[in-house]
Structures are given as C-alpha cells and as structure tokens.
Design a protein around this ligand. Structure first.
Ligand code: ZN
Length: 74
C-alpha cells in the first residue's frame, strides 16, 4: 500500500520533530501526549460525545504555553 501523500508531507513533519519539543516544559509535552492519545483512544474520564476533562486541561496548558513563548520572542 503506497501513499504518495506521506512522502510529500515528510519535510513539513520534520519541522515539528522532537528536537523542537525539547525546549517545551514537561507538562506541555504531556499535554500533547494526552491529546495524541485521545485521537485514537478514550480514557477512564472520557464522557460520551467525545468530551474529556483531561483534554480540556491539556488544551488550556498548550494555549498558555504558546502565549508565553510568543512573549519571549518579541
Ligand atoms: Zn479522556
């Protein structure tokens, strides 16, 4: 099974590899892991209709981290 799209997306994916995530705090890295997990699975706290308090917290942490990082850049 060949998927030409994967090859085309290769370089773009490289831009967001682990090296870039090294300077992110552990909590933010964990938040990404939680969101990644919920793309495929549900956890013990997941509610029906795809809502989960863990995902809500994870998204809030990532949003807060982005805001902090933007302030550092300027
Ligand atoms: Zn969940």
């Amino acid at each position: 099974m060949t998927r030409p799209d994967d090859a085309a997306e290769g370089p773009r994916r490289l831009a967001v590899t682990p090296e870039r995530r090294l300077d992110t705090p552990l909590l933010v890295a964990l938040s990404w892991a939680i969101i990644d997990y919920h793309l495929a699975y549900t956890c013990a706290r997941c509610r029906p209709y795809g809502w989960c308090p863990r995902v809500v917290v994870a998204r809030a942490r990532i949003r807060a981290w982005r805001r902090v990082r933007e302030q550092w850049r300027s």
